[in-house]
Design a protein around this ligand. Structure first.
Ligand code: SAM
Length: 273
C-alpha cells in the first residue's frame, strides 16, 4: 500500500502555535521532509519528537520530490514541513504535492499557522475578499505587472516582504496606487508583535527602522460612487435603468437617492408606467 503525504503547518514564531493533530502526525510519520532541518529540529526537540529528517528546499525540490515519491510508493508516510507556517505558501511544497497527486498518493492537509491569515484577521481591513500575492517579483517587468494588478484590484491585497526591501516596495506602491491605507504586521506571535496602521506615505518614513518578519496589507480601493449624468432628464434616467433590467421600485429608489429627493415625488411622476 502507498504511504500518505501530510502537509503540516508549523508555528510562525510562538512554538505553542501547533495543533495536537500536527504533533501526533509528526510523531507517527516515517520521514519528515523539512525546508531547513536545523530549524525543524528546534521544534521537534521542544516537543521531544525524534524522527528521520530529510531536507526538501527550493534548490533540491526536483530531485528530492522524486526521492520522496519513491518512499511514498514503498509505503512510507511522510510529513512535509517548512521553516514556519504553511508549506507551499511562499514556501517549498508545490512540486512534491503535484507529483504525489499524479501518482495517486493521498495528500492530507494538517492546518495551522499561516502568516498571511494571522495578519489579515487582525488588520481591521476587509476580509470578505482578498488577494494574496506573496513576494513582489524583483524582475522589473514582472514587478510592474504585479503593481498594475494591485492598482486595478478592488480587493484587500496581502504581500510578504523582507525587512530590507520594505521601503523600496512601499515607494513603488506609492508611485503606482497613491497613498492608500495600509497595515504592516510585524513579528506576529513573537515578543515584538506589532500592527502599524498608517497610509503608505507615513509608513515609508518608518520603514528604514523596522526589523523582523513583516507582512503588508493594503486596503481595497474604495468603489467609486456611481455618478449621475447630470445632463439626463429624470425620464431619460428612468429609461436608462429600465434598460439595465431594474424593476420600477428599484429605479424609483435609485433616482431618489441619486437626486437626493423624496421617493414619493419620483413615484408620482411615474404612476401608470
Ligand atoms: N509559509 C509561510 C506562511 O504562509 O505562514 C510563509 C513563508 S515566507 C518564506 C516568509 C514570509 O512570511 C516572511 O518574509 C514574512 O513576510 C511572512 N512571515 C512569516 N512569519 C511571520 C511572522 N511571524 N510575522 C510576520 N510575518 C511573517
Amino acid at each position: 500500500m502507498k504511504g500518505k503525504l501530510y502537509i503540516i503547518s508549523t508555528p510562525i514564531g510562538n512554538l505553542e502555535d501547533i495543533t495536537l493533530r500536527a504533533l501526533r502526525i509528526l510523531k507517527e510519520v516515517d520521514i519528515i521532509a523539512a525546508e531547513d532541518t536545523r530549524q525543524t529540529l528546534k521544534l521537534l526537540n521542544y516537543y521531544q519528537i525524534s524522527k528521520h529528517l530529510i531536507s526538501y528546499h527550493r534548490h533540491n525540490e526536483e530531485t528530492k520530490s522524486n526521492y520522496l515519491i519513491e518512499k511514498l510508493k514503498e509505503g512510507q508516510n511522510i510529513g512535509l514541513v517548512s521553516d514556519a507556517g504553511t508549506p507551499g505558501i511562499s514556501d517549498p511544497g508545490e512540486e512534491v504535492i503535484k507529483k504525489a497527486i499524479e501518482e495517486k498518493i493521498e495528500v492530507i492537509p494538517i492546518p495551522g499557522a499561516c502568516a498571511l491569515i494571522s495578519a489579515l484577521i487582525c488588520s481591521g481591513l476587509e476580509t470578505k475578499e482578498f488577494c494574496f500575492l506573496g513576494f513582489l517579483p524583483l524582475n522589473k517587468k514582472l514587478r510592474k505587472e504585479k503593481l498594475e494588478e494591485i492598482k486595478k484590484s478592488n480587493k484587500t491585497i496581502i504581500l510578504y516582504e523582507a525587512p530590507h526591501k520594505m521601503k523600496t516596495t512601499l515607494k513603488d506602491l506609492k508611485d503606482y496606487i497613491g497613498d492608500r491605507k495600509t497595515v504592516l504586521a510585524r513579528e506576529l506571535t513573537k515578543i515584538h508583535e506589532e500592527f502599524i496602521r498608517k497610509p503608505i506615505e507615513e509608513l515609508i518614513k518608518e520603514a528604514e527602522n523596522l526589523k523582523g518578519e513583516m507582512i503588508l496589507i493594503i486596503e481595497a480601493e474604495k468603489k467609486k460612487e456611481e455618478k449621475i449624468d447630470t445632463n439626463l432628464t429624470i425620464e431619460e434616467q428612468y429609461a436608462l435603468y429600465e434598460n439595465q433590467g431594474l424593476t420600477k421600485n428599484e429605479i424609483i429608489k435609485k433616482i431618489a437617492k441619486e437626486r437626493k429627493t423624496n421617493k414619493n415625488e419620483i413615484y408620482k411622476m411615474f404612476i401608470g408606467k
